[in-house]
Structures are given as structure tokens and as C-alpha cells.
Design a protein around this ligand. Structure first.
Ligand SMILES: [Zn+2]
Ligand SMILES: [Zn+2]
Length: 391
């Protein structure tokens, strides 16, 4: 899944996550997801969207540039055929981008963030890469030669929103729809680290591309989710950037210029003397005894993290809503404070010995940034509401 306009989508996400909790409770007598993994997924989702506070969407800028300067002809924006063609075109572009993101190591370094959860629920859908959006836009440009940007923009959002609801275990198979649509069952396979799941089911809205190009696999043995070599961290910066460090180290450790290029452009499982996508027998087998990364933290610390995380989500949504009214300095300070907070929560969830020190520093930074007036709009508006209430 990629980017979406989450300031408008947040109530929709919250409603569906609530619904998933309820259905999961009735099905299994337990809520879907874990606090540590859920906070981690949402933190990665927020982090992935922070650059968009400062820069305009690279998808749309590049698309409109090609449309304005190089379009070959204009399909009528109000024809249903343009609508259907764009739906199929955006989804095919997504299939190509998604497949290449799994088969080229440097692109996988970005995309793997989405696969780093060992759970599978609607929180996982929001777990996104900071870097991915700077590569995905290229795949949409051929459509800019003939499809109007307004129609493209609607379908780009639709494609991404569609992919939200399929990240769930509470929906089983959907009968004949499984032939055409990407469904929760198909996408569970995509998130699996069982050998039969690797490099399968890349579709966004439709599953037909996988069926046509031979990458389809139906859900079979119980899926174990996550990366074949788990990162074992809830630190959002570490989850976003560690794979790049791994490529950097492998690049310098691998002898020969061609081999070094292969480290970057062949599959993540490649090594000298191996096929482009690595050896299937090197994928770790699933024993059923895989242990989730789940450091124990006291219940009060979980409560603390949830409450403070909700405050940060509020600060983030307020930033999205008021960004045009804020100075560059205030925006940067708020972004810095959000990153510091999300990192601190990640380390608390890992129960790291020094996490408490970082959390105290974060609280001191909060006081400092507030005193300097960079957080006040939020609280003054609350104060205003209170005053109105009292009148
Ligand atoms: Zn993927
Ligand atoms: Zn996914």
C-alpha cells in the first residue's frame, strides 16, 4: 500500500479498526493486534507522511508535468470507458511497481517496512515506507500521455484506500470474488514468510495480474507473517532505515564491480553465484514454533504509551490541518517533536534500559517547544472552546 490523504481518511480508518476489534472479539474472544506492534505500525505510517507536510505530492506533480508537456491525446474525462481504463491502468501500474519493489534490493529496502509487522491487521495496512513514494510515481507516468490528471488522481486514491480493508484476518474467503479481486485471503499470502508465500500476490485491487503473470498463490497452510529475517524492533527510524545500512555494508563487502551492482539491483536474496532472486531453499522453513518479537512491559507503561501516542496523533492531525497557517520554523519543530516522540514510544515498547531517559528528555522538549509558542494553536483553540462553553 502507498500514500493516502489520511487527514480525511482518519475517521474511516478508526471506524474500520473498531469494527475489526469487535468482529475479532466475537470470533476469537480476543482483540486483533498488539499494543506494541499497533503503535509501531501507526508510527511508521505517520513517519511516512511527514515529508508531505513540507513537499507537494511527487505522484501528482510528475503526472501533471507529463500531461501538460507530452500528452499524445486526451481521453474524455466524463466517459465511463476512461473511468474503467484508468481503474485497470492504475492497478496494472501498481502491480508492476509492487513486483519490482520485491525483486530489486534497493526498492525492497523501502518496501520491506510494510512487511515488517509480524501481525496482520488494519494497523499493518498503515505501516508504510518514507522512501517508497519517491520510486512509485514513475510507474504511473505512461497514463499521463492520455488520461486526464483529475481521473488519475481519483483512481490513485481509490486504489490505495481499497488496499486498506484487505489487511485483516477476520474475513475468510469471499467465493467467486477471489477470482478477480485482491482479497484479505490473497493479501495474507503476500504478507507471509512461509516459503510458499514468498514473492506472491502483488495485486492492488485486482488479482488478475498475478494470475496472468504467474505470481498467484492461493492461501493454504497457516500463514506466518513478517520478514524472513525479522528486524525485531519497534524503533520507527531503525525499521525505516536499517535495510539501507545492510545494503551499504553488503555493497562494500562484496568483491567485484558487477557483483556490487547486483547487490543493489538484483533481489534481496541474491549473492555471488546465485540466481537473480536468490535460492528458494535458503528461505527459512516454517516450523510453527516461530516466536513473535514481544518484549514484556508492565501494563502501566502500555497505558502510558497509548495515551501519549493518542496526543501525538492529535498533534499530527492538527499539523496537517493547519500547515498553511504555520511558520516554517514551527512546522519543522513540530515534525522534529513528532519523530522524537515516536522513537521514544518505540524504545519504551522494546523495554530498553535507557528508554526512560529519552522519554524524560522528550517531556522536557515538549515543555520547551510549548513555552516557545510552537504548540500553542492547539491548546489555545481548546481554551477558546472552553470559554465559549462557559459563556
Ligand atoms: Zn509487498
Ligand atoms: Zn499489505
Amino acid at each position: 500500500m502507498g500514500q493516502m490523504k489520511e487527514n480525511k481518511s482518519i475517521p474511516f480508518f478508526i471506524a474500520f479498526i473498531g469494527l475489526e476489534f469487535v468482529v475479532s472479539w466475537f470470533q476469537k474472544r480476543k482483540l486483533s493486534g498488539r499494543i506494541n506492534d499497533g503503535i509501531s505500525s501507526l508510527s511508521l505510517g505517520i513517519l511516512s507522511r511527514l515529508p508531505d507536510v513540507l513537499f507537494r505530492s511527487v505522484d501528482l506533480i510528475s503526472y501533471i508535468y507529463i500531461w501538460n508537456n507530452y500528452r499524445l491525446f486526451e481521453l474524455p474525462w466524463d466517459s465511463p470507458w476512461t473511468w474503467y481504463l484508468t481503474l485497470v491502468g492504475v492497478d496494472f501500474a501498481y502491480y508492476c511497481f509492487h513486483r519490482i519493489s520485491h525483486e530489486v534490493n534497493i526498492l525492497w529496502a523501502a518496501h520491506q517496512v510494510h512487511h515488517s509487522s509480524e501481525d496482520y491487521n488494519l494497523f499493518t495496512a498503515l505501516r508504510q515506507s518514507v522512501l517508497q513514494k519517491y520510486t512509485s510515481w514513475i510507474f504511473n507516468l505512461p497514463m499521463a500521455l492520455f488520461i486526464p490528471p483529475s481521473v488519475f488522481a481519483v483512481h490513485l486514491q481509490f486504489n490505495l484506500l481499497y488496499q486498506f480493508w484487505i489487511h485483516t484476518e477476520v474475513i475468510n474467503k469471499l467465493g467467486p470474488l477471489e477470482w478477480i479481486l485482491n482479497t484479505p485471503s490473497h493479501h495474507r499470502v503476500h504478507h507471509g514468510r512461509n516459503p510458499y508465500c514468498i514473492d506472491k500476490n502483488y495485486g492492488g485491487t485486482l488479482i488478475i495480474w498475478d494470475r496472468i503473470f504467474g505470481t498467484f498463490e492461493a492461501e493454504d497452510a497457516k500463514v506466518v507473517y513478517g520478514l524472513t529475517h525479522p528486524v525485531n524492533s519497534f524503533d520507527p527510524i531503525m525499521l525505516q532505515l536499517r535495510p539501507l545500512a545492510h545494503i551499504w555494508n553488503t555493497f562494500w563487502a562484496t568483491p567485484g564491480f558487477c557483483n556490487k551492482l547486483s547487490v543493489i539491483f538484483k533481489g534481496p536474496g541474491w549473492g555471488p553465484g546465485k540466481p537473480r532472486l536468490g535460492l528458494p531453499e535458503e528461505i527459512p522453513v516454517i516450523t510453527g514454533k516461530e516466536v513473535l518479537f514481544n518484549p514484556h512491559v508492565p501494563a502501566y507503561l502500555n497505558c502510558y504509551a497509548v495515551v501519549h501516542f493518542v496526543i501525538i496523533v492529535d498533534l499530527y492531525t492538527e499539523l496537517l490541518g493547519t500547515v498553511t497557517m504555520l511558520s516554517q520554523g514551527t512546522i519543522l519543530l513540530r515534525i522534529g517533536f513528532i519523530i522524537l516522540s515516536l522513537t521514544s514510544f518505540g524504545l519504551l515498547m522494546e523495554n530498553r534500559p535507557k528508554a526512560g531517559i529519552l522519554e524524560i528528555i522528550r517531556c522536557l522538549v515538549f515543555i520547551g517547544v510549548y513555552k516557545l509558542g510552537h504548540l500553542r494553536s492547539q491548546f489555545s483553540s481548546l481554551g477558546y472552546a472552553y470559554e465559549v462553553d462557559c459563556v
